[in-house]
Design a protein. Structure first.
Lengths: 288, 169, 742
């Protein structure tokens, strides 16, 4: 499991990284925290000819707040996200980050790396989708924003062009009075999630739900909003029976596939359990 | 890795690169190839206390501190450690005087074969110092980062909690 | 005061916590080359040819060897009672020739200047593989059928042997039964997976002709003999050195193809050769274990008296029989009766070949599988009779006044003789320790609304402390030390500390004087090694014999009785005696009682099983070093709990292994292991002077059974569906869903 051969260069700035990517051509891969890429290399499942190391690139590790919106640099480590004090529904990012692997993984793994890697079981893509965030990608041709839902195309597949790198995640302001919940199911502490649920709910003064995002991850090729389940919630109060109905709707609408870890029916059961638990978390926050 | 003022240089796969680190408090130059991990490099340097249990980031036997944070040394390329602080198990004791966490592990019999022990000791020492107020659940959460096959974990938890108590004194 | 029975610190611990251990990967020899094994990617294929030119052409590659370059020999079976004529026909060659029979089978070896180049070159070796039209034999029971593709066509069947064990009149007992419960029970494939993978460094010194191999473990003297024989060397010329070992649990130290290949390469190339197994390799190359299917019927009376059982077992051996022979199929028979009184029983055990990694003995082999099967059945019988499972056991445990208790297995087999032990008393001890009444209250209260609490128990008798004998030598040295030499192995269990305590006690010297040499075959002439919980019992007694002999001789010199000799005061006299040897013969194995109680919480919603508590008791006779004994029991219990809930080595229908990383193979973290209470029961043991029984394996034997019974208890009516391990969340949730009717 020694790493396969690759040419290596360390970039100091984004522009340098992009230029080096261009130089290296098709077999190049960006390396940041390495928590996803290095194990893949160790198993020689993937053989990049060139590695452009962006782990120390300057200017990408900021968390900026402006007018309620967030801009989070691609090199922000999961550990930092976990500890960040976000307002309202933006807390979903910290909640999701706290579930990633273990402490030593979170010390190195990055937001940009997680988004670019697009593991169907990953936590941050779920949170990003639930917050209607947009990925900021830059190439030598310029910068563009892509909604997370259009950025994640399939398992380990994104809309990132070969000469592009993720530089930030832009998160719009959360609806006033909105709360978030995140739950996942993993067999062992730190394991990949067999299913996850990220929810964002805003209620009016009477407690009726005015907006809802219910995103399920780890079940389908990419995280997806369960809009049927969201519809059940709109206008309702957060009560045990409503929550159960929403959880059931999410479970029914997700396209669960069985694999060697878990059969399809159990996956659906997990979705119901997780959506329910995440909404109960939100309910507790609303009540508080 | 010193870089020419003209810009970054590509390194060939098996080309040795000079990597300046501060290793257990001492400025040190390692000479890994780009595809060596930090674990490979410290071991090659003679610090064989950091063990390779899986080489894919699951078991934690290779845990070291990188700029003061616990990491899986098998998932960090050695070249990525350039200009950083690296602390391995060998840096914990003061000569022959054990670090309080090492002493606690010994006292509580938190080891049998000893293979996972350096990784645990580095992790526990970090926890005890960085989060002295951590509650039981947090201690368990952090210690769940690493695998042990011999002890069943009870003594490892006890040793870490004891070391933390000792720290209050 | 005797030092036996004190929890002495292990001398090695200081170095180990400081990272100053010396494991085989830390051993470097000047001029060494690095070996990398090329392994079959297919479970079953004809091997036409192996093309090595591209690999050889690589910079830094010193050699590439295939089957035709190495001796055409087979890895032998180590234990005489574990072999049969058929087993001898399906032994593994060093490198595959003509056929590959499992994914991971060694086909070639690259030797290069560094491990990176070796692995790069290994990828360039081309194998001409033709998997033809027949599929691989993967499913265990299907492999035993006549219709199955054959793993070794020359054998004519995938059933190597069928091993019967009979006692009493089974038919008669079933005829008088008032209830018969039948079930198929399955133990999933899993294995030891120590934190350190295997490794070897071999060096040949042309000047002396000696071949030294570092990285040996467990059964060094046997391995030395085999390596010498297979390479055409004098055993005296071969030296095996054990360094620090990162856990063994039965799978490390047995002779594998690499154990002969690496020394062979060192001999042939004239340079030291180092081989360190990586984790991906380990999961396909190091012995698998545990996979068995049992079709069992239990006959009982309505009042809960057990009458008889009849079991047919399919026990996987993998693609070849390796050094442990047919033990995986032999051991269940001896362990199925357990600590209970049966009128009769029969076991028909099929040793079955499949196109998968060969199977060996993992801690508590045979007994863990058998205990799961029998203890699960006892709960099913109790459920059928509407009786409490704990009461059912109380009713049937062998009473103390019937000791020694014998099962006569007929003229062809030695009897099972439980020599000593108050089984009902030990069982009650466990229930007391667990606080059964409080637990029952906890169960009724439940923890949270969707969590059900379950309590499960299991009891067993462990066969351990096996002979045939060990020899040890003691020598008081002028430098003030006492040197003990014994042919055992340290796998991390602390045997050297226990032996030091026995020596110190025997001579009446300070234990700090005692140094135990066991690492080096140059230092220790012979030994059967460390397995089957035998080291403290057999080698420990040998040390005690040597100590007594030394003390008697010293007494003669001083003109006093041996008892009058004070090891400290008379140390010089001890030195003057010189080296004394002791031998302890152990004709019969020891049987020691063990039991466990498990408390679990099962989530109805998700099927997750959370172990809350685990209590394990073991009759150890006498605990030489209580802390070490408790460490063994707890560590073993943790492995058993994981075997019940988490660990599995599944294969797809083509024989491809699906657990290829530690992310797939789910060993528990601290979060998955509950607090474990251990009780080492001391009891009178007549069959050896020190009064010891083995302590290394009891903790694991009862764990999967107790946990499975606890899960079944938690599931209530759905619990009767529990018939296999591991009980993953998906399996448990499916059982619940089937009952819910959704």
């Amino acid at each position: 499991m020694k790493l396969p051969p690759f040419a290596y260069v360390r970039a100091r700035t984004v522009d340098e990284a992009l230029a080096l990517l261009g130089e290296a051509g098709e077999g190049a891969k960006l390396l940041a925290g390495g928590q996803s890429l290095v194990p893949v290399l160790a198993y020689r499942l993937f053989r990049p000819t060139h590695l452009v190391d962006v782990d120390s690139v300057t200017g990408l590790d900021g968390i900026a707040v402006g007018n309620g919106a967030l801009e989070i640099g691609a090199l922000v480590r999961h550990a930092r996200l976990e500890r960040a004090r976000f307002d309202g529904a933006h807390r979903l990012l910290a909640l999701a980050a706290s579930h990633i692997g273990h402490v030593p993984i979170r010390a190195r793994g990055t937001l940009g790396g997680s988004l670019a890697h697009a593991d169907p079981a990953a936590e941050l893509p779920v949170a990003a989708l639930a917050l209607d965030a947009r990925v900021v990608a830059r190439s030598s041709r310029g910068e563009r924003e892509v909604a997370v839902g259009r950025f994640l195309l399939g398992p380990f597949t994104t809309a990132l062009e070969p000469d592009e790198m993720v530089v930030a995640l832009r998160v719009p302001p959360a609806a006033p009075g909105s709360h978030a919940g995140f739950r996942e199911f993993a067999v062992r502490s730190g394991d990949f999630a067999l299913a996850s649920a990220g929810v964002v709910v805003a209620c009016d003064e009477q407690g009726a739900v005015t907006s809802a995002r219910i995103v399920v991850g780890g079940v389908e090729p990419v995280p997806r909003r369960m809009s049927d389940a969201e519809d059940v919630l709109i206008g309702e109060l957060l009560r045990a029976d409503t929550i159960a109905a929403v959880a059931g709707a999410a479970s029914v609408s997700c396209e669960a596939v069985g694999d060697r870890n878990v059969d399809a029916d159990t996956r659906r059961d997990l979705v119901a359990a997780l959506v329910r638990a995440a909404l109960i978390d939100v309910q507790a926050e609303v009540a508080a | 890795m010193s870089e020419a003022a003209s810009g970054p240089r590509w390194h060939d796969p098996d080309e040795r690169v000079a990597v300046e680190v501060v290793l257990n408090g001492l400025p040190t130059t390692l000479h890994p190839s780009p595809r060596w991990t930090l674990a490979d490099a410290v071991r090659e340097h003679g610090l064989t206390g950091t063990h390779l249990g899986c080489e894919h980031g699951v078991c934690g036997a290779c845990t070291v501190l990188l700029d003061g944070e616990p990491v899986r040394a098998c998932l960090v390329l050695a070249v990525q450690a350039a200009e950083r602080r690296v602390e391995t198990v060998e840096g914990l004791a003061d000569g022959d005087e054990l670090h309080p966490v090492q002493a606690a592990f010994r006292e509580h019999r938190a080891l049998q074969c000893g293979f996972c022990t350096p990784g645990f000791v580095v992790l526990a020492a970090w926890l005890v110092e960085r989060e002295p107020e951590a509650d039981l659940e947090r201690v368990r959460e952090v210690l769940s980062s690493n695998l042990c096959r011999c002890t069943g974990y009870g003594p490892i938890l006890a040793a870490t909690l004891a070391a933390r108590e000792g720290n209050d004194a | 005061m005797s030092v036996i029975g004190t929890s002495l610190d292990r001398t090695r611990d200081v170095d180990l916590v400081m990272g100053r251990g010396r494991f085989v990967a830390d051993v470097d020899r000047p001029g060494q080359l690095f070996a990398r094994v090329v392994r079959s990617p297919l479970a079953r294929a004809a091997l036409g040819g192996v093309r090595t030119e591209a690999a050889l052409a690589r910079k830094g590659v010193a050699a590439v060897v295939t089957a035709r370059d190495v001796p055409d020999v087979r890895i032998p079976i180590r234990l005489p009672f574990a072999t049969t004529p058929n087993a001898e026909r399906v032994l593994q060659p060093l490198l595959a020739r003509d056929y590959v029979r499992y994914v991971g089978e060694p086909v070639a070896v690259i030797v290069a200047e560094d491990p990176w180049l070796a692995e790069d070159a290994a990828e360039l070796v081309e194998l001409d593989l033709d998997f033809g039209l027949e599929s691989a034999a993967v499913d265990l029971v299907a492999a035993a059928s006549d219709a199955s593709p054959l793993v070794h066509p020359a054998l004519g069947s995938n059933v190597i042997d069928t091993l019967p064990v009979f006692c009493g009149d089974v038919e008669g007992a079933f005829a008088e039964a008032e209830v018969v419960v039948r079930r198929r029970l399955t133990v999933g494939r899993h294995t030891a997976v120590p934190m350190e993978t295997r490794g070897l460094v071999a060096e040949h010194d042309p000047a002396t002709g000696r071949l030294t191999v570092w990285g040996a473990a467990k059964v060094k003297h046997f391995n030395r003999g085999v390596i010498a024989a297979l390479l055409g060397l004098d055993p005296e010329a071969v030296r095996l050195v054990e360094v620090d070992v990162g856990g063994g649990f039965g799978v490390r130290g047995e002779l594998y193809p690499e154990d002969v290949l690496v020394p062979f390469l060192a001999l042939t190339l004239g340079r030291p050769v180092k081989w360190i197994e990586d984790r991906a390799e380990h999961l396909v190359a190091t012995n698998h274990a545990r996979e068995q299917v049992h079709d069992i019927a239990v006959a009982a009376r309505a009042d809960g008296t057990l009458l008889a059982f009849e079991d047919t077992a399919w026990c996987d051996q993998g693609a070849y029989v390796r050094t442990q022979g047919l033990l995986p199929a032999i051991l269940p028979g001896a362990h199925l009766p357990g600590p209970y009184v049966w009128h009769a029983f029969s076991v028909t055990s099929h040793a079955v070949l499949t196109n998968r990694t060969p199977v060996g003995t993992y801690r508590g082999p045979g007994m863990t599988e058998a205990t799961f099967v029998r203890e699960r059945m006892l709960d099913l019988v109790a459920a059928e009779l509407g009786r409490d499972p704990i009461d059912l056991r109380r009713r049937n445990l062998v009473p103390a006044d019937r000791m020694p208790f014998t099962y006569d297995l007929g003229p062809e087999a030695p009897p099972l003789v439980y020599g000593s032990g108050d089984f009902p008393g030990f069982f009650e001890r466990m229930l007391d320790e667990a606080g059964l009444d409080d637990l029952k209250e906890l169960r009724s209260a439940g923890r949270k609304s969707d969590e059900r609490i379950g309590i499960g128990v299991a009891a067993m008798v462990e066969l351990g402390g096996i002979g045939p004998f060990e020899e040890a030598s003691l020598e008081a040295c002028p430098d003030g030390t006492v040197v003990v030499r014994a042919g055992v192995a340290s796998l991390g269990q602390g045997i050297e500390t226990a032996l030091a305590q026995i020596a110190a006690d025997g001579l009446g010297v300070e234990v700090g004087r005692v140094v135990v040499h066991h690492h080096d075959t140059d230092d220790v002439e012979s030994g059967f090694g460390s397995f089957a919980s035998r080291s403290a019992v057999v080698a420990g007694n040998a040390v005690a014999v040597a100590a007594r002999a030394l003390r008697e001789r010293a007494g003669e010199t001083l003109g006093v009785d041996a008892a009058e000799v004070d090891g400290e005061r008379d140390f010089e006299t001890l030195v003057s005696v010189g080296e004394m040897r002791g031998r302890f013969d152990k004709e019969h194995p020891s049987f020691s009682f063990g039991a466990a109680l498990s408390v679990v919480a099962v989530s109805s919603e998700t099927g997750r099983v959370t172990p809350l508590r685990h209590v394990v008791v073991q009759d150890v006779g006498r605990a030489v070093n209580p802390a070490l004994v408790h460490g063994q029991l707890a560590g073993a219990a943790a492995q058993g709990i994981a075997g019940a809930l988490l660990e599995e080595l599944p294969y797809d229908e083509d024989g491809n292994p699906l657990a290829v990383s530690l992310a797939d193979y789910a060993m528990p973290t601290m979060s998955e292991v509950p607090p474990i209470d251990t009780v080492a029961i001391e009891s009178a043991v007549p069959d050896n002077p020190l009064g010891l029984k083995g302590a290394g394996e009891g903790g694991i034997g009862t764990a999967p059974a107790a946990v499975a019974n606890a899960v079944a208890d938690a599931l209530g009516p759905a619990g009767v569906a529990v018939d296999r391990i591991p009980l993953t969340p998906a399996r448990v949730r499916t059982m619940l869903r089937d009952v819910e009717g959704r």
